[in-house]
Design a protein around this ligand. Structure first.
Ligand SMILES: C=C(OP(=O)(O)O)C(=O)O
Ligand SMILES: [Mg+2]
Length: 573
């Protein structure tokens, strides 16, 4: 029987393939007293050998697909598996206490993990604790005879099914084989959804129950355009999904013709259409989709992809590659925005009740300023290779901006004194993603060079609706007049001071929002590279005067988001 699930359409495209369950198996066990300790030790040895063999395959796969550096984490795991001190302690525990291998293993590894985790100021030991946790899971899975999912080992076409995908899980998905993914939780602006769009993997998130409905190997049809998922689809549903996929592909072919066209409205008004990227590897997609620059380089992925804090040199190389790769077109680099749903294994942040309201982004950077200054130096050094704009995330107050800017100036002065060349036309701006900054935009506009509105966060904070939570996703309303009024204030405030205002939240590429934003006079639209051409195509059909009238009505006559959507449809018929 077919199960039909409705989720949030997170990344365009369709796929029909077998399910691959990326679900953590049950690793619980009971502690058992045993007589035959030798048997338990040989079970342990067997599991260690299997785990080693498996990790070697994963390591080689990672090196092949992602590069040597990314494979290093598995070397660390292999080292744990062959650590005589650790293995000796586990065997000793089994012998001395006459317990089963599962229990002998877990007790010892828990002890080491606890000890290392307690060394809070020592990121190296924190990382070792994380390695031991991972390895323990793998050995336990072999002892218990259950399978751990290994996304990097996928070598046939599948639809990945998961409760949730972290950005690092998503980064491991190989586009050749992973035809789509479907999750229980998440929203359109969760980072795994954003990454799916840049990897061009169709995705439906927030289905609530895909992991309960789909079993390994079940055929699944995914429609990432509409947000529909069919488990055991009928022939008709498969045909229908594929037909919609074909229609989308045809549209895409039309959009592709606009690759080298300017981004102008019907009446000739130009708007800048630029891209959001997470790594220098994304530049190819930006060029293929006719991006006029980079409006948001999320540098935290550089930190997330690295086994330790990236050095100044490694960062410099990445920033230089992006600036050179864009051949003088503007590049907005956002300083590290860690926290929320983005974690660093080597920077343990305290568990928080509300991580999106907690210790993240500029708050971490101003607090741990050595790390921040390293990034600023790398950025300043790269500035001579293109047109660099530096942007600070999650700014709530002017003090924060002034403090961050002062650090930037200090690092610049030091570099100049050392004889290092630094460009003297670097614009310095902020993300507007906290309502306090949006409300005070008129004052911020006097001190910053530009604004870029981060609607992913601005909407969640304004509506008090978690962007990751599908239960409140109905409140995640980009078109709510309250949001539109905030945007108007931000854009007008920038213009009053002769500054520009952009947007790098997902709303900038939203086809209902674009007519409103054109009407509000937003200068720069930054989005997933894959949304650029369809937005350019839409813009060509809009008249800027008429859109100004539309936005005026939407802001002051509409009372709900639904009314705004209806009005946009009427104005763009
Ligand atoms: C672009 C934004 O930042 P991020 O999605 O990385 O939080 C935003 O909040 O809109
Ligand atoms: Mg944000």
């Amino acid at each position: 029987m077919t199960d039909i699930l409705k989720g949030i359409a997170a990344s365009d495209g369709v796929a029909v393939a077998k399910a691959y369950l990326l679900v953590q198996p049950d690793l619980t066990f009971s502690k058992v007293d045993v007589e035959d300790v030798e048997h338990e030790i040989s079970r342990l040895q067997g599991a260690l050998a299997k785990a080693t063999e498996e990790l070697q395959v994963i390591r080689n796969k990672a090196a092949e697909n992602l590069g040597e550096e990314e494979a290093q984490v598995f070397d660390a795991h292999l080292m744990v598996l062959s650590d005589p001190e650790l293995i000796g302690a586990i065997e000793g525990n089994i012998k001395d206490n006459k317990v089963n291998a599962e229990s002998g293993l877990k007790e010892v590894t828990d002890m080491f993990i606890g000890m290392f985790e307690a060394m809070e100021d020592n990121p190296y030991m924190q990382e070792r604790a994380a390695d031991i946790k991972d390895v323990t899971k793998r050995v336990l899975s072999h002892l218990l005879g259950v399978k751990l999912p290994n996304p990097s080992l996928i070598n046939e076409e599948v639809v990945v099914v998961a409760h949730d995908l972290t950005p690092s899980d998503t980064a491991q998905l190989d586009r050749r084989y992973v035809k789509a993914f479907v999750t229980d939780i998440g929203g359109r602006t969760s980072h795994s959804a954003i990454m799916a769009r840049s990897l061009e993997i169709p995705a439906v998130v927030g289905t609530k129950e895909i992991t309960a409905k789909a079993a390994e190997g079940d055929i699944i049809a995914v429609n990432g355009i509409e947000g529909d998922v069919f488990v055991h689809p009928t022939e008709e549903q498969i045909a229908d999904t594929k037909r919609q996929g074909q229609e989308f592909a045809d549209l895409k072919a039309e959009w592709d013709k606009l690759k080298d066209a300017p981004s102008v409205t019907k009446d000739g008004k130009h708007f800048e259409l630029v891209a959001n990227i997470g790594t220098p590897k994304d530049l190819e997609g930006v060029r293929n989709n006719g991006g006029e620059g980079i409006g948001l380089y999320r540098t935290e992925f550089l930190y997330m992809d690295s086994p330790d804090f990236p050095t100044e040199e490694a960062q410099f190389e990445a920033y230089k590659a992006v600036l050179e790769g864009m051949s003088g077109k503007p590049v907005v680099v956002r300083t590290m925005d860690i926290g929320g749903d983005k974690e660093l294994p080597y920077l343990p942040l305290p568990e928080e009740m509300n991580p999106f309201l907690g210790y993240r982004a500029i708050r971490v950077c101003l607090d741990q300023d050595a790390m921040f200054r390293t990034q600023l130096r790398a950025l300043l050094r790269s500035s001579v290779y293109g047109s660099l704009r530096i942007m600070f995330p999650m700014i709530a107050t002017l003090q924060e901006f002034r403090e961050a800017k002062a650090m930037l100036e200090e690092e610049k002065a030091k570099l100049v004194k050392e004889g290092v060349k630094v460009a003297d036309d670097i614009q310095v701006g902020i993300m507007i993603e906290i309502p306090a900054a949006a409300v005070l935009a008129d004052q911020f506009a006097k001190e910053v060079d530009f604004f870029s509105v981060g609607t992913n966060d601005l909407i969640q904070y304004t509506m008090a609706a978690d962007r990751m939570n599908e239960r409140v996703s109905y409140l995640y309303q980009p078109y709510n007049p309250s949001i539109l009024r905030l945007l108007k204030h931000v854009i007008d405030s920038a213009h009053k001071e002769g500054k520009w205002a952009g947007m790098c939240g997902e709303m900038a590429g939203d086809q209902i929002a674009v007519p409103l934003l054109v009407g509000l006079g937003l200068d720069e639209f930054s989005m997933s590279a894959t949304s650029i051409l369809k937005t350019r195509s839409l813009m060509k059909r809009l008249d800027s005067e008429k859109m100004a009238e539309l936005s005026q009505k939407a802001l002051y006559e509409c009372t709900t988001a639904d009314e705004v959507v209806a009005l946009v449809k009427e104005y763009t018929k």
